[in-house]
Ligand binder design. Structure first.
Ligand SMILES: [Zn+2]
Length: 956
């Protein structure tokens, strides 16, 4: 389209080339009501659509989060309970989700298939503009909050999906901190509120407030529509026109007033720790500084660079000063951008607020010293290289590029800024490099951190009783509410609850289901795309080469086979891997090494993983070193990787101990946030050597190892790590994964530098005993897992079965009726079936649902399977970044899965029969008798399922 050209009610305002993305940005407006549209026209098969509304909270009730969930529960054109879930069950979507941010709500989706893309758009647009939830309160109650009362004498309780989701979020100290910091820095605008909803505030939201919020904010005049990739523009704009044309322009002021500088008094809050944990040195101190606006991207980049320079590693000056004085166990400087006013926050963890004045004075001293010429410019230049690499690689949490671009674009567009501002970064980095020697960074540091009038300070204190106090307060509040009701009112609440339950259990009508757009099996290609992986030999070693276009980046993964390591040694190897790059080498101090890495490597990481070969049945753990570099820096990068793998020193015990403590703290936090993954991993350790290895290198067993190492009375593991290090990086262990252009000469040079230490004979890994275990964490919710073994009729049919059970039976019983935020089943090619729930208020009920899954599958096998087959195919072919693609194919190869196997899986999915599912249902029933169980959760959740568990211990 050209400027001023009209199409389906839209007029094109301008087109702007974006060379860094090889794209053209088209800006269009819907003339009748002002809906604003951006399309990134570029060669991208995976198309993205997103509609976003500026949604500005005025309290902590989470109204926009509840809207985000509930508008997806049925619309005028699609009158079924959850069209969103129906789409997951039936389409080829490569991304389908919705997000609530602190000032906007976004509904994004992706698909490679044109018809699918239009179908998905249609359902999403009908959901946001014509949801049934604004005329019928059922979805508001289900997703937001409702009372539950089974009998007149029974206990009145709250339940709701968002309610439980947010309870899970607030189990973490970081959420508690963030809420307080936001409230301090932004007392006068929307950023002071919890847009997701604070659990205690959610039940104060009324249905009429909910309705009014939809009416006011979900209007085309307040909409921003984002498109990316090779879309059929004519069809897409026609589709949009069919929804937008009914609306006249609405005067809606969604500008967010800028927060004037404030410097409030320090606040103190509490966060929950485990009952057995020591509360000594568990205080957290946080400082926040608002330093810039959304339209000052250079300041955001500069703040991010300074955060790395000052606190990015244990040797960074600010962090080092606090750690070495024994004033903290971890220090982070974070930049919060993506909102109208950006801020930085310094978090001093595991400290003693009694020493606050000393801490504050050190912080001031270090910042002063840095601003007065102490800033290391070569360090900043190296960090800018690293930041630019990540900005250009567009790899965030494995989201499709179009989704990342839509979010980046809205981070200026939403506030009336240029939608392209954050889509290209080359000029911004060039400008910053130029300013480096003009004293600009020193000036910015002074302005942002030392003389900043807009700042706040916060202390978090640990509490062992907070969870129980909250629970009692909530119970007392509810008892008070109930006591105020007449007998009729009590019966009314019970009747409402029972009617609500009955309705949840009702299936969708056939007429309702018939409205949903579907694809047919003929839309699915019979063949899967050819593999891009070539196997080669360089310097006698196996190279799995992924021949993909990577824009001048080389991704290198070195897989060191550790077949001869025992489980205990593998735990040590896992610790060793996590230390690489953070310790000194014989050539460089840790800080110098960090500088070289930031300059020449896009990223560097190492971890232990494990594969079991399908053909030989052999289980092999690997220490995988992953790194990326620009082709132009290949020789510097190779030398650095070489140095880390051969010259790292483990004898600096103080450094080692800092990292050990930080690693332990990080894993503890991960388990509390993603307990579902850790619970199922724990239970799976009884079923295969692979499961046992995974538990030893990254599960609760590994946490116990770290906790033991991190005791003052335990001797430092230096010596053991040194011995292990000399064994691990032998060239006879390595398989190379390489994505991008292969330079054989360079790779051979690198491999030949690795020592040729001999490899020992393989260890036979035994499995852990079958167990039913509970682990207590400080949280108001839990995570339940059941793992069992089944004989599969075919791997493909098991994929269809897990898709079917996850999105029908489990979704309806555990999420919709049980209130858990998430639930799922996955079955691997060996027949290991893993059930798990996420942020679950009632693990006991969930475990019963898991046991009954076999019977549920038998019933479900009677349905038409076409939709499930299609969506299972979609799920088996995710959109991957080049590096993820390379790693995925390498993992298949190391597991003995060939291209032929993948084609066979595809065919098996396509030809799944009801008989196969029935066979599998019998297998799941039999397996459930011999299942492993693990529940991680708050004390009340574990108490509820004590009959299902043989043991219970504290995680922390
Ligand atoms: Zn949510």
């Amino acid at each position: 389209m050209n400027a001023n050209q009209h199409l389906h009610g839209f007029v094109q305002r301008y087109a702007q080339p974006l060379p860094e993305l090889k794209a053209t940005l088209h800006r269009m407006t819907y003339e009748k009501n002002g809906a604003d549209l951006v399309w990134l026209e570029r060669e991208e098969e995976n198309k993205t659509f997103a509609v976003a509304f500026c949604t500005i909270p005025q309290d902590d009730t989470g109204v926009f989060h509840i809207l985000e969930h509930s508008v997806l529960c049925g619309s005028e054109k699609y009158p079924v309970k959850e069209p969103f879930v129906n789409l997951i069950k039936s389409s080829l979507e490569t991304f389908l989700n919705a997000f609530t941010f602190s000032d906007k709500t976004m509904y994004p989706l992706c698909s490679r298939n044109d018809q699918d893309f239009l179908n998905l758009m249609d359902v999403y647009l009908d959901a946001v503009f014509h949801p049934l939830s604004v005329t019928d309160p059922h979805a508001f109650r289900q997703e937001g909050w409702h009372y539950e009362l089974d009998s007149p004498q029974g206990e009145l309780t709250y339940n709701g999906v968002v309610y439980n989701e947010m309870k899970g979020v607030y189990a973490g100290w970081d959420a508690v901190l963030q809420r307080q910091m936001n409230a301090l820095l932004f007392p006068d605008n929307c950023y002071g509120f919890e847009s997701g909803g604070y659990p205690e505030a959610i039940p104060s939201l009324t249905y009429s407030q909910y309705q009014a919020s939809h009416k006011r904010f979900y209007h085309p005049s307040n909409a921003r529509i984002f498109l990316d990739g090779k879309v059929d523009l004519d069809a897409v704009l026609a589709k949009l026109d069919s929804f937008l044309s009914a609306y006249d322009a609405l005067e809606i002021d969604t500008s967010i007033p800028l927060q004037a500088p404030v410097h409030p008094k320090e606040t103190t809050a509490v966060y929950e720790i485990g009952a057995q944990e020591s509360d000594e040195n568990k205080d957290i101190l946080a400082l926040g500084w608002v330093f810039g606006r959304f339209d000052e991207p250079e300041k955001v980049l500069a703040a991010s660079a300074l955060a790395q320079v000052l606190c990015g590693s244990n040797e960074a000056p600010l962090k080092k000063a606090l750690l070495e004085q024994g004033l903290a166990e971890d220090v982070q400087l974070q930049v919060q951008d993506g909102i109208q006013q950006c801020f930085a926050q310094l978090i001093v963890r595991n400290t003693d607020v009694g020493k606050k004045e000393q801490i504050l004075s050190i912080i001031r001293q270090v910042l002063e010293q840095q601003a007065q010429g102490g800033l290391d410019h070569s360090r900043i230049a190296a960090v800018l290289n690293k930041l630019e690499f990540s900005a250009r690689a567009l790899e965030y949490s494995r989201m499709p590029q179009g989704i990342v671009l839509s979010i980046k674009s809205l981070e200026s567009w939403l506030y009336g800024g240029d939608p392209a501002q954050n889509l290209q970064c080359g000029e911004q980095f060039a400008a910053l490099r130029e300013k480096l020697d003009q004293g600009w960074f020193e000036e910015f540091l002074r302005f942002a951190f030392l003389g900043n009038p807009h700042q706040a300070q916060l202390c978090l204190l640990p509490s062992k009783t907070l969870g129980e106090e909250k629970r009692q307060k909530e119970a007392a509040g509810l008892a008070g509410i109930k006591a105020g009701w007449s007998e009729e009112e009590i019966w009314q609440v019970m009747d409402d609850f029972h009617a609500f339950r009955t309705r949840q259990a009702q299936p969708d009508t056939p007429e309702g289901l018939a409205t949903l757009p579907v694809l047919t099996l003929s839309d699915i290609p019979v063949e899967i795309p050819p593999s891009k992986q070539r196997e080669e030999r360089v310097a006698e070693q196996r190279v799995l080469h992924q021949c993909l276009e990577t824009g001048g980046i080389v991704y290198l993964d070195l897989y060191f086979a550790l077949k001869d390591f025992t489980l205990d040694q593998l735990s040590q190897a896992s610790l060793l891997a996590s230390l690489l790059g953070d310790l000194s080498t014989h050539r460089h101090s840790a800080l110098e090494l960090r500088n070289q890495m930031d300059r020449y490597l896009g990223f560097f990481s190492a971890a232990v993983t494990v594969f079991t070969h399908r053909g030989t049945g052999e289980t092999t753990p690997y220490l995988v070193v992953s790194t990326a570099m620009l082709e132009k820096y290949q020789s510097e990068a190779a030398a650095l990787v070489e140095e880390i793998l051969t010259e790292t020193r483990f004898d600096e015990t103080q450094q080692l101990n800092f990292l050990l403590t930080q690693n332990r703290m990080m894993l503890e936090q991960q388990i509390q946030m993603s307990g579902n993954a850790y619970a199922s991993q724990r239970a799976a350790a009884a079923f295969s050597p692979k499961g046992a290895v995974k538990e030893a290198v990254g599960g609760i067993r590994y946490l116990r190892y770290l906790q033991q190492q991190d005791q003052p009375e335990t001797a430092s593991p230096s010596e053991k790590l040194t011995q292990l290090f000399e064994k691990v990086f032998s060239r006879w262990r390595v398989t190379v994964g390489l994505t991008g252009k292969l330079n054989e000469h360079w790779l051979a040079g690198m491999l030949e530098q690795l020592p040729d230490t001999p490899v020992g004979s393989p260890v036979q890994y035994s499995v852990e005993p079958l167990a039913k275990e509970g682990f207590v964490i400080p949280a108001g919710i839990g995570f339940a897992a059941q793992v069992e073994k089944a004989e599969l009729p075919s791997w493909g049919s098991a994929q269809v079965a897990s898709q079917l059970l996850t999105y029908e039976y489990l979704w309806n019983t555990v999420r919709v009726q049980g209130g858990a935020y998430g639930v799922g089943l996955s079955i691997d090619s060996s027949g290991e079936a893993r059930f798990s729930s996420y942020r679950d208020p009632n693990a006991k009920a969930t475990l019963s649902r898991f046991r009954e899954a076999g019977e549920a599958l038998r019933q479900a096998a009677k349905e038409d399977l076409t939709n499930f087959i299609i969506s299972t195919i979609g799920k088996s072919q995710p959109v991957l970044t080049p590096h993820a693609q390379g790693m995925s194919e390498a993992a298949d190869t190391l597991s003995g899965i060939t291209h032929r196997d993948r084609q066979q899986l595809h065919t098996e999915i396509l030809t799944t029969t009801p008989q196969q599912l029935e066979e599998l249902s019998r297998q799941l029933e039999e397996g459930a008798v011999q299942a492993g169980i693990c529940v991680i959760g708050g004390a009340a959740v574990l108490e509820g399922c004590r009959d299902d568990l043989d043991s219970r211990e504290n995680l922390l």
